[in-house]
Ligand binder design. Structure first.
Ligand SMILES: [Zn+2]
Length: 270
């Protein structure tokens, strides 16, 4: 079967993890180990343009591609993760909530009572010039499936336009804040000019995926290094195999959706 790709989702990388933000934070030491694990298992980080070109039949991919993504553009990711990425020669994708450039992540306050500095436009431009890929994470980080279509279009089109103005080149990649999407949000993302959009569904990306609903593997702060290795090799492969079976065997179509529903029920009763 053709290539299945883990798209990893990081949020915060900090030496001082806030307990309330533990699921979304890893220390620089852990991040460094993760990058060493990728290197050890001969993964090759690529960006979304390479994935897109591959999906459009324009190019081939390395044998074991991986995509490293960061949501929210926390300043500490630039302070602590970027030097490690540069040292390894690894590329990554940074998703920016444009209303918060140079401010704090105020959208977390109602839920957790904490906030973290977000990078400035100058830093974003620097990341871009270093070869990292910049994508949109909307303007104000809303649950896109809970706002009206006009507001959703403004969030997606507006953030793309301001990123393009600031970076002086096309921006066509998106990550839905909170992984919140529905059919209408997906259609608006296409209308707003995006070629790819990432969700937070725990799967490897496979050639069967809708490019505007790319799944990602959440890297959680309480995962052990072994968990990370297993995530890279077993969990994603298992889910991707199911997706392949769905594709080739019409009768069991929807099995992933059913498993996801069971998992959500299980988690809700936790
Ligand atoms: Zn986010």
């Amino acid at each position: 079967m053709s290539i299945a790709i883990p798209i990893l989702m990081y949020h915060q990388v900090t030496p001082r993890i806030h307990p309330k933000f533990l699921p979304y934070s890893v220390t620089p030491q852990t991040f460094k180990i993760h990058m060493k694990i990728l290197e050890f298992f001969r993964f090759s980080p690529i960006n979304l343009t390479q994935l897109l070109d591959y999906r459009n039949g324009k190019t081939s991919l390395p044998k074991k591609p991986v995509i490293i993504t960061f949501d929210d553009c926390y300043q500490e990711c630039v302070d602590h993760a970027v030097p490690i990425l540069l040292e390894k020669g690894f590329t990554a994708v940074f998703y920016m909530p444009t209303d918060y450039a140079g401010k704090d992540s105020h959208w977390i306050v109602p839920e957790l009572g904490i906030e973290f500095p977000i990078i400035s436009w100058k830093t974003l431009k620097h990341l871009d010039s270093c070869g990292f890929q910049i994508g949109s994470h909307s303007m104000s980080h809303p649950h896109l499936s809970k706002i009206n279509p006009e507001a959703c279009f403004k969030e997606l089109y507006g953030s793309r336009k301001i990123l393009e103005e600031r970076l002086d080149h096309e921006v066509t990649h998106l990550a839905y804040p909170y992984g919140s999407f529905n059919e209408c949000v997906r259609a608006i993302a296409a209308e707003a000019g995006y070629f790819t959009a990432c969700t937070t569904e725990e799967l490897f990306s496979s050639p069967l995926d809708d490019l505007l609903l790319l799944p990602r593997m959440d890297v959680l702060g309480y995962m052990s290094n072994l968990d990370f290795i297993l995530k890279l090799h077993i969990q994603g492969s298992f889910n991707t195999t199911l997706a392949w079976l769905e594709y080739t065997h019409g009768k069991i179509r929807g099995i992933r959706r059913r498993i996801r529903r069971i998992r959500e029920k299980f988690m809700a009763s936790d």
